[in-house]
Design a protein around this ligand. Structure first.
Ligand SMILES: Cc1cc2nc3c(=O)[nH]c(=O)nc-3n(C[C@H](O)[C@H](O)[C@H](O)COP(=O)(O)O)c2cc1C
Length: 289
């Protein structure tokens, strides 16, 4: 067992938000999913206050070594999630981390407040990759924005708050330091990098939302560099992610300074990737000691 912000975890591999639908997987694989759950904790897809339809299609484009997605965070909204999804996710055999996003500090506060009351929730992950409608600044791209957000929400909860940093920031370690100073319990990185593709026929943007987020092996080297830099800037624990496919990829993020590693895009190719990476990592570590 290892300790992450006071949460006991069986191994250091979790999922990246939005890349593993545990409710659909339970329907597909039945209780076998619970007996051999691929992750040591489960991170939900981003929950927003109001329900969202997501972006217009097409929403995916395959690039060399990864994909661009512009899913646009479709979700049932806070009340739909609490009523329909939380009871099902609470049956998973691992701690639950709820990923939330708000378009203002008040919205994030509402989400943090609501999940603080729920015993089923072990920790919260704040997705700060969206603009604050009040300031126009992307919350996670600016140290001052992140600090102001955390000063608002940390007093509301006793649960660990993991801030999910965006790689689309000028100075990611500066944002990380600001989050730590304002009370973040941990940091996770990287979220997707902005990218786009053109329709080969029309020459127009392929994705319905024009741009999307690049993920998968194509971003692995960037993730490693950002985790390495952030680990040297802060003392709080780090969840590293970006392009992990193999146990060695996970080991490298741990060597760079991560405490946990998340598997994201790879789970679309292999839904058991989390377990494969965790077991392989266990073997590497056992053979070294
Ligand atoms: C299809 C898709 C949906 C995603 N949805 C979310 C999300 O809802 N919230 C979030 O914080 N990150 C989301 N992400 C980002 C991942 O959690 C992760 O940070 C990123 O993909 C990098 O890891 P990877 O290269 O292993 O996929 C999503 C990524 C993908 C590919």
């Amino acid at each position: 067992m290892l300790d992450f912000c006071g949460i006991a975890l069986e191994h250091p591999i979790i999922n990246g938000s939005g890349t593993f639908d545990a409710i659909a997987a339970r329907r597909a694989f039945g209780d076998a999913l619970l007996e051999s759950f691929p992750f040591a904790a489960f991170v939900t897809k981003t929950v927003t206050v109001a329900p969202r339809e997501g972006n217009p299609p097409p929403r995916l484009w395959e690039v060399a070594g990864g994909l661009i997605n512009s899913i646009g965070l479709p979700n049932k909204g806070l009340h739909g999630f609490l009523a329909e999804d939380l009871p099902e996710l609470a049956e998973l055999p691992v701690p639950l981390i709820v990923n939330v996003m708000g378009f203002s500090r008040d919205e994030v506060a509402e989400l943090v407040d609501a999940f603080t009351e729920r015993d089923e929730v072990a920790a919260l992950e704040l997705n700060v990759s969206c603009p604050n409608v009040e300031t126009g600044l992307v919350m996670g791209a600016d140290p001052g924005e992140v600090a102001a957000l955390l000063e608002r929400v940390t007093p509301l909860t006793g649960k660990p708050l993991i801030v999910k940093l965006t790689p689309n920031a000028g100075d990611v370690p500066a944002v990380a330091r600001a989050a730590e100073a304002a009370g973040a319990s941990a940091l996770s990185l990287i979220n997707t990098l902005r990218g786009m593709a053109l329709d080969p026929g029309t020459g127009q943007p392929w994705l319905g939302a024009t741009t999307g987020g690049v993920s998968g092996p194509a971003v692995r080297a960037i993730a490693l560099a950002q985790v390495y830099a952030v680990a040297r800037a802060v003392e709080i624990p780090i969840v590293g992610m970006g392009g992990v496919q193999t146990p060695t990829d996970a080991l490298n993020l741990l060597r760079a300074g991560a405490d946990l590693v998340a598997v994201g895009t790879e789970s679309f190719r292999d839904p058991a990737a989390g377990r494969r990476v965790a077991e392989g990592l266990g073997t590497i570590v056992a053979n070294r000691t």
